[in-house]
Design a protein. Sequence first.
Length: 183
Amino acid sequence: MSDEKLLKLLKSDPDRGMHEIVKTYSGLVWAIVRGRLHPPSFSEADTEECVADVFTEFWLYRERFDPCRGSIKSFLAKAALNNAYDVMRRARRSEKDISMDGMSELIPSNADAEHGAERAELISAIESLGKPDSEIIVRKYLIGQSSKEISERLRISVPNVDTRTHRAIKKLRTIIGGAENEG
């Protein structure tokens, strides 16, 4: 069923319209979410909840959905990615230690090679900072923790977290900027 028909059905018979949208796009949403929230880190219940949140988000914003800005499919795919990353960030916030191996899951990957190279360069640059600076950057910018939360986890003062953050960002700019100047 086309987006136009799905949207008309959604307006005339909201329950049936939403049922058709879920039926049409649930496979896509499940695949995207499962690709991010895989065992053993995440349970089937985590995946189910995330998928439900995606369709709930569409339902809540259905009146504002503008088909000129994109398809239902693209909206749901983007929502699935965003919600899965949110679940991952929340889970990472509760972890005591950050594994640099898990960092690549937090940095969204893009399909083209140029962005893949930039992503790999960023991961490498963050790893090169060493601990605790790399962990502070991951916690602050990829997980979204506050300086206070980081301070409590790493058992260092908030001013120390802020100072280390500032210095680490300067180092990252030099590392990444230096790599750009070499090429």
